[in-house]
Design a binder for this molecule. Structure first.
Ligand SMILES: [Zn+2]
Length: 64
């Protein structure tokens, strides 16, 4: 199950939530409880969408 990152516009908190891809994005902030949470684009999504980005990141990580 992918993990999504959320940012709350109300209190500024950031939190992660494990959700199925088919699930609706969470709106309720885990920290303040207000319906101001927005899903962020995460690195996990980039890996799924572009294998080239993943390979480059992996190679440079190995060199260092
Ligand atoms: Zn909040």
């Amino acid at each position: 199950m992918p993990t999504y990152s959320y940012h709350c516009k109300s209190c500024g908190a950031e939190f992660d939530a494990e959700q199925k891809i088919s699930e609706e994005p969470i709106k309720i902030c885990k920290v303040c409880g207000k319906p101001e949470a927005k899903r962020l684009i995460t690195n996990g999504n980039f890996v799924l969408q572009g294998s080239g980005w993943y390979r480059d990141g992996y190679n440079s990580a190995k060199k260092v």
